[in-house]
Design a protein. Sequence first.
Length: 237
Amino acid sequence: MSSFSSEIESIDISGISSSVEDAVLTRHSIRDYEPRAIEASVLKDLFSKSLRSPSWKNSQPWKVHVVSGAKKDKLANLMTERAKEDSAPVPDTIWPSGFPSDAKKRMFDLGMKIYGAAGIERKDKEARDKFMLRNFEFFGAPTGVFITTEFELNFYIALDIGCYLNTIMLLARSYGLGSVPQAALSAFPEVVRKELGLSDSEKVVCGLSLGYPKADSNLNRFHTPREEISNLVKFYE
Ligand SMILES: Cc1cc2nc3c(=O)[nH]c(=O)nc-3n(C[C@H](O)[C@H](O)[C@H](O)COP(=O)(O)O)c2cc1C
């Protein structure tokens, strides 16, 4: 079990979480996967349970597209080719741009640590761009997930879908699966809609890669730090 710390931590992610607490404390983004397919029964079980996630007045705004095998490979190729043509995202949703300075520091720090774990020099733009493209290959995961909605896009829909993503990610830990939520997978929604045969009314909100983590990968052992509790949480009585 890991502990909260501002130091770089490295934890073993190969285990299976048997409690919510363990899932919360050991989940982190996995960016290097075994090619091993996820059993169809596991996917069905996981996504069936995931629908227990809460939403505004139980409106359940999500549509969930779980893509594996040849379909996943094809989408990976199409998105990668699209990003190579022009990497500027054209998402259905508005991506955030401005951030407070303390958040900017955390984001910079994350970039440094991820590139460090991937063995990439900060100055090596070519290697950074290549690593960015790994997003569209689902970081080698056997399964990709696209969360779409036909609801009007607004703040509370985003909250509902954020809750839903976290439900998937925590449940995944109870099957020994790893995951990474990816805004990048919503960068080219036209490609996703065309390949999955979705109507224009289905907006791609976010994506996620899912699979068995490569246990010996530096990228996967890296456990992202968190702020000290006193900086973010206040207790009142
Ligand atoms: C809404 C959302 C979008 C994200 N998009 C990406 C992404 O496109 N690519 C990526 O590698 N990580 C992405 N992440 C993962 C974050 O970088 C990661 O959750 C954060 O650094 C905390 O690390 P942890 O997940 O390892 O605890 C995203 C996370 C969230 C919640």
